[in-house]
Design a protein around this ligand. Structure first.
Ligand code: ADP
Ligand code: ZN
Length: 719
């Protein structure tokens, strides 16, 4: 009998299929192959250890061919199975992250385009915007479309108009290998002790999870760099995950200074040729040190000895579309399957992580003081009830005078407000109408720089209407509340001489822009930084001595279970940007509730008290990590259909001790992208195998046509 293999085809909805192996072909488990499916040829992966009866029919079709990609290793296959199982995602969807399109391209040549210097005969606003964003870039048509946030057709139009010139490229270059001993720092005693623990674990091999907790500026990067060096010395690979690709440029420079060669980058902003070269080098082990966004976690490392999750408390590690996974947790699982070390580094570790450390599952390493004797910044609250800003303004007088003093000393200030755009709400003065997104239950946010209103949920844009769309009154629309653009306007009015940089995802659109920002702040060409959560992370600016938090209460509304924890972490992080050099830092928190426990903990530098209290509250309510949660969203274009399907699903739940299904109820974001949404929340005891229970339940109640059910295990978003 001819040999046969089981293949997971990359089509969600299909289980594994059996295929015959043609004479002379030897197929290892994990090998990507091409197989026939109906009239088509599709990609799949030879899989081992999947249960179920083998196909015994006569018509067993044969594997068509082998793809030029090394087989996925056993640890990676086990990780795929775990992710699929735990997060209730089809194995095919997980495999699509492991085998992105570039992996399957082989040696095919690609054509990359860059600006030719010629202007198109016909210039449109869209073309102008695209050309602005493409300055200094090259890439395939789809790379450039993604980078400029326009359709492929716009890019092709620019090619045809001669504004973009093409050239055929084969593969990107690899950086030279990093040198573990290039420029090691002299560590302080506390740092050396933590580094020794990490190095010991890497040298010993085997699964070793760590929490590296160190206050902002304590030198966590220098410490885990020693663990990277150890991994490099073993001949293996190391991966550092960052929460935000905008930060990679500055970070790459630091690692390059330490190891004498830039790490390999993996993130969504890479062009096709670089991505393809990176994939191949990671798979065959030539890429020794990789820095990436969360998707790097699924790359087929040949010999991964260490993973570092930097700023591990960041909620952006949670993926909210497609496979809903948490990169921090998947990183730990991968390390377990690989038998490797994993370091979660943070100044403000998540309660989930703290509890794992308390239980002894993770080893807890601490760096309690800043490097080089730098002091922690002095944090004070500024009571908005007692010293409010003037009407229509957002910077209260004490903060304004602190900024004036800072500028007078030639130092830098940072103003933090976690809200993009100019104003979160546009309101009609005549009739009270609020301008909503037509597709979502959300306000349209004014972006004055772009002269547009934009929905931050679905991306819908429109120009600001000249008259109220409801009552028709002309010039009656007013902007309500502040976004960072409005703060920038106020700053320009108060300190017209100051050089200001706005740091948001609208202005820092690429790692190159982020690098340019860092360079100009370091060169002291910027006096005042104004930014969203993007400025809270990672930056090290020695001349930055004042941080003003415009609205310290902002994150506390909304009432999801992590609201206070997230607010605490965010403020502690942004405060941690102040006074990192020789000069002391000062932080002012504008708040309406200076007596709140959270504000007091920040002022007193008492993180331990804050976390102890939050942890106790979670324990009392059996919330994660003391209990488990899963969130389900049932959505449809028709409201009645969505409501009915959600009710049917809830009724189909099989009772089980320790599991409770709450809802359905209309989601807080009741409509998104034109679909009505109903939520179900499942709470479970920690000991219940929640994923298996969910799978059974959902299996018995498949949604009717037109209804979508999204499952989010360990949810972070409650809208
Ligand atoms: P964290 O990530 O904990 O906020 P960093 O790793 O960014 O801290 O370190 C803060 C600053 O101190 C950086 O500029 C870093 O290079 C410097 N630093 C930390 N430890 C050392 C050391 N042992 N030798 C030299 N510089 C150090
Ligand atoms: Zn919308």
């Amino acid at each position: 009998m001819a040999a046969q293999v089981r293949v997971v085809v990359m089509q969600a909805g299909l289980g594994p299929l059996d295929y015959a192996v043609p004479e002379g072909l030897v197929l290892a488990a994990g090998q990507p192959v091409q197989v026939p499916l109906g009239p088509r040829t599709v990609t799949g992966v030879v899989w081992d250890g999947l249960e179920g009866p083998a196909f015994k029919g006569k018509g067993l079709r044969a594997v068509r061919g082998v793809l030029p990609v090394p087989p996925l290793s056993a640890p990676l296959r086990r990780l795929c199975e775990w992710v699929s199982d735990y997060y209730l995602a089809p194995l095919a969807s997980v495999l699509r992250m492991v085998l992105p399109q570039v992996a399957l391209m082989g040696e095919r040549q690609v054509v990359e385009y860059r600006l030719s210097g010629t202007l198109p005969a016909r210039m449109t606003p869209e073309r102008a915007r695209a050309m602005d964003r493409l300055a200094g870039r090259s890439g395939t048509v789809s790379d450039l479309a993604r980078a400029a946030d326009v359709s492929d057709a716009v890019i092709r139009g620019l090619v045809n108009a001669g504004a973009l010139a093409g050239e055929t490229v084969s593969a990107g270059d690899l950086p030279p290998p990093p040198d573990a001993d290039f420029a090691p720092p002299r560590l302080e005693a506390g740092q050396a002790e933590a580094a020794a623990a990490l190095v010991g674990a890497v040298d010993a091999g085997g699964f070793a999870p760590f929490l590296l907790e160190g206050v902002t500026g304590s030198g966590k990067t220098e410490v885990y760099a020693e663990a990277i060096a150890a991994a490099l010395r073993t001949g293996g690979q190391a991966l550092v995950l960052l929460p935000e690709i905008a930060l990679t440029a500055a970070f790459m420079k630091r690692l390059e200074a330490r190891f004498g060669a830039a790490p390999l980058a993996w993130h969504s902003d890479l062009k096709t040729s670089a991505r393809r070269a990176a994939y191949a080098a990671i798979a065959d082990g030539r890429a020794r040190l990789v820095v990436g966004a969360r998707s790097a976690l699924f790359l087929p490392f040949a010999d991964l000895r260490l993973t570092v999750v930097d700023e591990a408390h960041e909620t952006s590690f949670k993926q909210e579309e497609g496979v809903h996974y948490h990169a921090r947790d998947v990183a730990v699982m991968r390390a377990q399957f690989e038998g490797a070390a994993v370091v979660l580094a943070s100044a403000t570790p998540a309660i989930e992580t703290r509890v794992q450390a308390e239980r002894g599952t993770y080893r807890h390493l601490m760096l309690p003081a800043r490097y080089g004797g730098a002091e922690m910044p002095a944090i004070e609250t500024l009571d908005l009830r007692r010293t409010p800003p003037p009407r229509g303004r957002w910077i209260a007088p004490p903060l304004a005078s602190a900024i004036t003093d800072t500028l007078a000393r030639g130092e830098q200030a940072l103003l933090f407000l976690n809200r993009r755009g100019y104003a979160p709400l546009t309101l009609c003065r005549a009739c009270g109408e609020r301008i909503n997104c037509p597709n979502c239950t959300a306000w349209m946010v004014e972006h004055r720089l772009l002269h547009r209103l934009a929905c931050h949920h679905c991306g819908h844009e429109m120009s600001v209407p000249p008259a109220c769309p409801s009552c028709g009154e002309a010039d009656a629309l007013v902007a309500c509340g502040p976004g960072v653009e409005r703060i920038a306007e106020e700053v320009a009015a108060l300190w017209p001489e100051a050089r200001v940089a706005l740091v948001t995802s609208d202005t820092i659109t690429s790692p190159a822009r982020a690098a340019a920002l860092v360079a100009s702040v370091e060169a002291r060409e910027i006096d005042i930084l104004i930014g969203t959560q993007l400025v809270t992370k990672g930056f090290h600016f020695p001349e930055l001595t004042l941080v003003g938090v415009i609205d310290a209460d902002l994150g506390l509304s909304g009432g999801d279970l992590r609201a206070s924890e997230r607010t605490f972490a965010q403020i502690a992080q942004v405060a941690g940007r102040a006074g990192r050099g020789a000069k002391p830092g000062r932080v002012m928190l504008q708040t309406h509730q200076p007596q709140a426990r959270l504000m007091q903990a920040l002022v007193n530098g008492d993180a331990a008290a804050f976390y102890a209290n939050e942890t106790a509250a979670r324990r009392d309510l059996t919330l994660p990590p003391f209990g488990r949660l899963a969130a389900l969203i049932v959505s449809a274009e028709d409201e009645g259909k969505a409501r009915a399907a959600a009710a049917t699903l809830a009724a189909a739940a099989r009772p089980r001790e320790g599991v409770q299904v709450l809802g359905p109820a209309p989601a807080p974001l009741a409509m998104l992208r034109g679909r009505y949404r109903f939520r179900l929340l499942v709470t479970a005891r920690r000991t219940v195998p929640l994923s298996a229970w969910l799978r059974d339940w959902l299996g018995t109640a498949p949604p009717p046509a037109g209804v979508r059910v999204t499952v989010d295990v360990d949810p972070y978003s409650f809208v």
